[in-house]
Design a protein. Structure first.
Length: 375
C-alpha cells in the first residue's frame, strides 16, 4: 500500500466526503484524530509530524490555534466502509470492496492473484501471486523442485544438481531420454536400447558386445559362428560328463567295498563281545555257586560249634532257640550274598548292553556316511 503522508492512497469508487479527508496530506484519514478547536479530522501520523515541525507547540494544523485531539471512532468506521478498487487494479485486478477488506484481500492466497510477493526461497525476485508457484517450481535458482531442497543459488547450480537423486538428467548412452532422475539411471540402463550388452552366446565363447537394440542383427549375422561354438561346448560337456560318470562309478565301488569291510569288522567285534559276555556269565555263575557253598560250609561249621557249646551249658529249649536264631542269621547272610551276586551280574549285563548299543550306532553312522558320499 503506497503512502503519501499518513493517509489512505486508494482509488475510491466515489470521492470521500471532505470531512474525512486529512487537511495535511489531503487523503482520507488513516487512524483519524478529531481536533477540539475547529472539529477537523487529521491522520495521527500527520498530526505528530506537524507537531515536530512546529517544535512541539500544540497548534492545530487547520486553524493554527492551541488544541487537543482525540481518536474519532465515528470517522474511522465511515472510512472503513468506503468502497475502493484493489491497489493492483493497474495490474489487472478487478476487485472492489470496503477499505477494511483491502488487507485480507491482498494477503489471502485465494483472493488477489495480482499481488506482488517475494520469492519464499529468498532469491530476491518478486512475482505476482498467480505466477509465483511457477517460478518456485520451475525457475527459482535457490530451490530444487524435485527433492524440495532450499539453498543459495551457487550451491544449487554448482553442487546440488549433481548430487540430487531426483534431479533429471540425460541418458549416458544418449538414447534420447533427457528427464531420468539420477536414482533411476541404473534401472534405465537395464532397458536402454543403446546400452552395450554381451552376446547371448557369451557362455559358449562369443565375446562380442553390441548395443541392446543390435542384438537381433548380431545373432542373425553370427548364426553359423554361434552354432560352431555351441557344438564345441556340447562336445566338451559330453566329455566332461563321461569322465565324471566314470570317476563316480569308481568312487562308488570303492566306497561299497569299504562299507562291506566295515560291516565285517563290526560283526567280528559283535561276536567277540558275545563270547566275552558268555564267558563272563559262566565265570559269574561259578563264582556265585562257590560263594554259596563256602557260605554254607562256614555256616554249618559255625552252627555245629554253637550247638555243641550250647548243649553243654543250656537246656534243650534254649539250644533250640539259639539254633533257630543262627539259622535265620545264616539265611540273611545267604540272601546278602545272592543280592551282591545279582548286582554284579546286572552291572556286567549293562556294560555288555552299552557296548552293543555303541556298535549299532557305529554301524548306522557308517551306513549314513556311505549313502551321503554316494549321493
Amino acid at each position: 500500500m503506497a503512502l503519501v503522508g499518513g493517509g489512505l492512497d486508494f482509488e475510491f469508487v466515489s470521492d470521500p466526503p471532505d470531512r474525512l479527508v486529512c487537511k495535511v496530506c489531503h487523503l482520507p484519514c488513516r487512524n483519524p484524530y478529531l481536533s477540539t478547536c475547529c472539529g477537523t479530522n487529521f491522520c495521527k501520523t500527520d498530526t505528530e509530524k506537524f507537531q515536530e515541525a512546529t517544535k512541539g507547540r500544540k497548534r492545530c494544523p487547520g486553524c493554527r490555534r492551541s488544541f487537543e485531539a482525540c481518536i474519532n471512532h465515528q470517522a474511522r468506521r465511515e472510512i472503513d466502509e468506503l468502497r475502493v478498487h484493489c491497489p493492483n487494479k493497474s495490474h489487472g485486478c478487478e476487485w472492489i470492496g470496503e477499505v477494511k477488506s483491502v488487507k485480507s484481500h491482498r494477503e489471502n492466497d485465494n483472493e488477489c492473484a495480482y499481488e506482488m510477493l517475494q520469492c519464499p526461497h529468498k532469491c530476491g525476485k518478486q512475482y505476482q501471486r498467480q505466477f509465483l508457484n511457477s517460478h518456485v517450481e520451475n525457475m527459482c535458482p535457490c530451490y530444487c523442485a524435485y527433492c524440495h531442497t532450499t539453498a543459495d543459488e551457487e550451491t544449487i547450480l554448482a553442487q546440488h544438481k549433481e548430487n540430487c537423486v531426483k534431479y533429471p538428467t540425460s541418458c549416458p548412452n544418449q538414447c534420447g531420454e533427457t528427464s531420468i532422475p539420477h536414482e533411476k539411471i541404473d534401472d534405465h540402463r537395464k532397458i536402454c536400447p543403446c546400452e552395450k550388452v554381451e552376446c547371448e552366446y557369451n557362455d559358449v565363447g562369443c565375446t562380442a558386445k553390441m548395443p541392446r537394440r543390435a542384438k537381433a542383427e548380431h545373432n542373425f549375422k553370427c548364426m553359423e559362428k554361434h552354432l560352431e561354438l555351441s557344438k564345441t561346448c556340447i562336445s566338451k560337456l559330453t566329455a566332461d560328463f563321461t569322465a565324471f560318470k566314470m570317476a563316480s562309478e569308481q568312487r562308488q565301488q570303492e566306497q561299497s567295498q569299504a562299507f562291506d569291510q566295515a560291516i565285517k569288522n563290526i560283526q567280528n567285534r559283535l561276536n567277540k563281545v558275545r563270547e566275552e559276555q558268555a564267558k563272563g556269565s559262566t565265570r559269574l555263575a561259578q563264582t556265585m555257586e562257590q560263594m554259596i557253598r563256602d557260605a554254607r560250609e562256614e555256616t554249618n561249621a559255625s552252627l555245629m560249634n554253637e550247638v555243641r557249646n550250647l548243649a553243654t551249658k543250656k537246656s534243650v529249649e534254649d539250644v533250640h532257640k539259639e539254633v533257630i536264631g543262627l539259622k535265620k542269621a545264616t539265611e540273611q547272610d545267604l540272601a546278602a550274598v545272592r543280592l551282591e551276586v545279582n548286582q554284579k551280574n546286572a552291572i556286567l549285563s549293562c556294560r555288555n548292553f552299552f557296548w552293543l548299543i555303541v556298535i549299532i550306532i557305529s554301524v548306522c553312522i557308517s551306513f549314513a556316511v556311505s549313502q551321503a558320499t554316494l549321493q
